[in-house]
Design a protein. Structure first.
Length: 358
């Protein structure tokens, strides 16, 4: 005769459920998923309000081109944010690199990509110099990069005044116009071609994202940069060369700023003294919205792309709806304030979680 079934009490069931580990969605991943949902909702909303939002040539192509440039700018800021610093000279570094490229094309007659490499080296050098000053003096990155911004502003203005009459280098090396106008539809593998809505400049962004993502997720240097951002004293006690890591982070920031300057110059069709003048706010919006912490120690490359996409979709959609430039700046400023508040809330929640898990 079989034994009667054992009846489980509510207390037993509850204790069993508590014993089971519950998988929680990572806050960073949840933030990126939320950004993706918001972007999708905005695209549908703006497209419903104005069918021109879906026009491949007039709207989507230039939108993706702007996203490509500003995502690289965001990665430049992300590089120094990873160690808890900021780069207020990111726009001027882009301008200096672009100036060197334009000068090389005009005076040295270098081909397109040789001039690009030269400009990237200059961007890396000025970034490394900035990092060395911060490391050697111990002065806050805010102060040093702000001072560097003024120095580079004067230097760029002097060089353009010396070598040009219109504050621009207008010499276009072979391939520059094609890079500005062509899309992935012009890149074919047999009968299969890319999308006409995606500019070829987006390929530079993909390469930059892959390189930065690999650095922070797969290399020892990247992990050490994040450790410096989390706790510089602990990093020093662990034997990490914090001074070199600060220099390296700022050198990477200068290199990426130079790449963004090149991309903007290609888009504009000339190398002008005003390149990078509007990079400041977008350089913070993308990474902060995407989950990169201002205090350092955590970065998100995909989140930077999503954060940049969100701001540019809002800008493009409101422009099509007839919103003026002043109102646009108000909206973008509000978004940045919200992003900073979200980042602070994330930090507080992470600290509380760490305390309760002890």
């Amino acid at each position: 005769m079989s034994a009667p079934p054992v009846e489980r009490t509510d207390v037993e069931v509850e204790s069993r459920d508590r014993a089971k580990p519950r998988r929680r969605l990572d806050p960073g991943r949840a933030q990126r998923l939320g950004l993706l949902v918001v972007i999708a909702v905005l695209v549908i909303s703006f497209g419903s309000a104005s069918s021109a939002f879906y026009d491949q040539q007039l709207t989507i192509f230039p939108l993706l081109r702007d996203i490509s440039i500003l995502c690289v700018v965001g990665l430049a800021q992300l590089a120094v944010m990873s160690i808890g610093h900021m780069n207020l000279a990111v726009g001027r570094m882009a301008a200096l690199s672009a100036m060197v490229m334009g000068l090389a094309y005009q005076e040295l007659h270098l081909p397109l990509y040789a001039g690009l490499v030269l400009g990237l080296l200059v961007g890396a050098a000025i970034g490394a110099l900035t990092g060395w000053i911060i490391s050697a003096t111990g002065v806050n990155s805010f102060v040093v990069t702000l001072a560097m911004d003024f120095v580079l502003l004067g230097l760029v203005s002097l060089v353009y005044a010396q070598f040009t009459t219109s504050a621009a280098f207008t010499v276009k090396p072979a391939g520059m116009d094609e890079l500005r106008k062509y899309s992935l539809a012009d890149v074919c593998l047999g009968p299969v071609c890319g999308s006409p809505a995606v500019p070829q400049l987006f390929l530079f962004t993909v390469v930059a994202m892959l390189a930065v993502g690999w650095l922070y997720s797969r290399t020892r240097v990247g992990r050490e940069l994040l450790l410096v951002g989390s706790n510089v004293k602990a990093a020093q006690l662990s034997g990490i060369p914090t001074g070199r890591r600060v220099i390296g982070a700022h050198a990477l920031s200068g290199t990426l700023a130079g790449l963004a300057g090149f991309m903007l110059a290609v888009t504009a069709g000339s190398f002008t003294a005003t390149i990078g003048s509007e990079f400041m706010i977008p350089s913070f919006l993308g990474p902060v919205l995407g989950g990169t912490l201002l205090t350092g120690g955590a970065v998100s490359v995909i989140g930077t792309l999503l954060g940049t996409t969100l701001t540019q979709v809002i800008r493009q959609g409101l422009t099509l709806l007839g919103v003026g430039l002043e109102s646009l700046n108000i909206y973008l400023g509000a978004i940045l304030l919200l992003a900073l508040s979200t980042g602070r809330i994330r930090t507080v929640l992470s600290e509380r979680k760490a305390r309760t898990s002890r």
